[in-house]
Design a protein around this ligand. Structure first.
Ligand code: NAG
Ligand code: NAG
Length: 164
């Protein structure tokens, strides 16, 4: 076999490897991550605050501190990997508030959180928007109960309208 032919064969093998395996390896190595759909984020935002982007931060009861249109706590943001707005530093005081009061950074916080903590809370055999909202509202360790009150009603209205 000529050197050129051998080189071409090796190249072909490398190309086939790239096509066949490069597509498969990421799935095989990285656990599948749940992706929250935009409409689901919309309903979560509506149910939380009518998606009020000037909601700001508040202390509804001692020890609790929730901020932004999704009413996110510091612990939740931290568990989501402390995403920040452009050019901010996650270790800077105020980085949490800046992020979760920003609609896009807050949505990213929810996506990051659910990529790690998604679960079939209502045991219907799949992870749906309802599960995402249960985890958001009740916490990933207590998401087996049902949504209550104004939040629950608002979410259910939005969910059925958008057929989520
Ligand atoms: C958004 O929330 C702020 C703070 O609670 C409130 O003052 C404002 O009226 C709200 N905006 C809307 C449109 O509800
Ligand atoms: C995912 O959550 C677990 C706790 O259930 C935690 O130990 C782990 O660090 C989290 N991973 C990421 C990437 O946030």
């Amino acid at each position: 076999m000529s050197l050129i032919k051998a080189t071409l064969l090796a190249l072909t093998a490398a190309t086939i490897f790239t096509f066949v395996y490069a597509a498969k390896l990421p799935n095989a190595q990285v656990p599948e991550q749940y992706v929250v759909q935009p409409n689901c984020l919309g309903c979560l935002c509506e149910a939380s605050t009518n998606c009020n982007v000037t909601q700001g931060c508040h202390v509804p009861y001692a020890g609790a501190y929730f901020c932004g249109p999704f009413l996110i706590s510091w612990a939740y943001w931290s568990d989501a990997g402390k995403p920040v707005i452009t050019n901010d530093n996650p270790d800077r005081k105020g980085a949490f508030e800046n992020c979760v009061n920003d609609l896009y950074c807050a949505a990213q916080t929810v996506r990051n959180y659910m990529a790690n903590f998604s679960d079939d809370c209502d045991k219907d055999g799949q992870v749906t928007c309802t599960d995402v909202v249960l985890i958001h509202k009740l916490g990933y360790q207590a998401c087996g109960s049902s949504l209550q009150g104004h939040f629950g009603t608002k979410f259910e209205e939005c969910r059925s309208k958008l057929q989520l």
